[in-house]
Design a binder for this molecule. Structure first.
Ligand SMILES: O=C(CO)COP(=O)(O)O
Length: 135
């Protein structure tokens, strides 16, 4: 049996509703994954999809992005879906950049918006959403 896909989920506050919608759309595929998430994102996804198994790390501004970066460096993440808010300044912007940098260094698939996340899941055996509104 193939190992579960080890997926990291992260969303900035303005994108959390989008992440919840994405998780609902893809709950069947996500149920087959080992998921880690930053604290608040993980809680929001769990509230919407209580059957998913999600390891919640610290909240992003309190070190969660760095924890996911460390997992990438240790070879323990297969893909990252990070719904970034491009319109709001973040106090922990350096942590966000560091996570993205490590995903690039280790050549880990990194989806920074919903459209790319659909492609990533499709490539990994998930079904692309047919119903998503244009954004
Ligand atoms: O800030 C984040 C990513 O930079 C996300 O953290 P939370 O999921 O805890 O809100």
């Amino acid at each position: 049996m193939a190992s579960p896909y080890r997926l990291a989920l992260i969303a900035h506050d303005e994108k959390k509703d989008d992440m919840v919608a994405f998780a609902r759309e893809h709950a069947d595929f996500l149920a087959s994954c080992d998921i880690v998430a930053t604290g608040t994102t993980g809680q929001r996804v769990l509230d919407a999809c209580p059957d998913l198994k999600i390891t919640r790390l610290k909240s992003g501004p309190l070190g969660g992005d760095q924890q996911i970066g460390a997992l990438i460096a240790e070879g323990r993440i297969d893909g990252v879906i990070f719904f970034v808010d491009p319109l709001t300044p973040m106090p922990h912007d350096v942590d966000v950049k560091a996570l993205m940098r490590l995903a690039i260094v280790y050549d880990i698939p990194l989806a920074l918006n919903h459209a790319t996340a659909e492609i990533m899941l499709n490539e990994n055996g998930g079904q692309p959403s047919q119903t998503r509104d244009a954004r």
